[in-house]
Design a protein around this ligand. Structure first.
Ligand code: ZN
Length: 219
């Protein structure tokens, strides 16, 4: 039997993840949901809630599936025959669903990704998958924006990368300050998009954003 992380925690049946944390068993995760139901004030044994812990844990497997995947894997297959194409490659309106790491509340939004290829391009569906790997983790929007840009930059080594994320945070729209129509916009500009105003403006105009976005800052 595997050793417990501490003397107090029950025996774990699942393997450690890559950060060295011991993953609880499914039964333990379901028990935690039962506790939350009770804490909210309801009876987890009433008929309508009996299967809820199991459903919640299954939903978590989907919402947080990004932990089991390496985003760089999606960018390994590239195409070098680009026919001399040396303009911006742009993917607009990549819809994503994530969860904020502060409240585990849904974050719903869109990502715009641009890059200036040096010698190769990647299939556009792979860019969408890249977004999903990072989105399917507990996130801050700022971190996710930087991670998407950083991964593209590291693997494709293009002349530049631009990522803009616009999202509504349900921790802000459905609780707390209840500002339902507020969205947050973050951006990360690397290489030519950071250094050349014209390239940056071309990208921002193409995604329908103008104005004086500063380098790599939330706007
Ligand atoms: Zn939050």
């Amino acid at each position: 039997m595997a050793k417990s992380a501490t003397a107090k925690t029950p025996a774990r049946t699942n393997a450690s993840n890559k950060s060295g944390l011991v993953k609880p068993s499914r039964a333990e995760a379901e028990a935690a949901v039962r506790t939350l139901i009770q804490w909210a004030g309801d009876d987890p044994d009433r008929e309508g809630l009996l299967a809820t812990p199991s459903r919640v844990v299954s939903a978590y497997e989907e919402w947080f599936s990004g932990y089991g995947r390496d985003p760089r894997d999606y960018l390994q297959r590239t195409f070098e025959e680009v026919g001399g194409y040396d303009e911006i490659v742009l993917l607009r309106n990549v819809r994503f669903e994530s969860h904020c790491e502060h409240h585990m509340a849904p974050v719903l939004g869109r990502v715009h990704i641009g890059y200036l290829p040096r010698d190769r391009v990647v299939g556009i569906s792979k860019l969408a998958r890249l977004v999903d790997v990072y989105a399917k983790r507990m996130q801050t929007q700022e971190k996710m924006t930087a991670e998407i840009a950083g991964c593209l930059d590291a693997v494709l080594k293009p002349f530049g990368v631009a990522v803009v994320v616009e999202a509504a945070h349900q921790c802000m729209t459905t609780r707390g300050v209840h500002k339902t129509d507020v969205t947050m916009v973050t951006s990360r500009m690397l290489g030519a998009f950071r250094d050349q105003v014209q390239t940056r403006q071309e990208f921002l105009a193409a995604v329908g954003m103008r104005g004086n976005m500063t380098n790599g800052e939330a706007i």
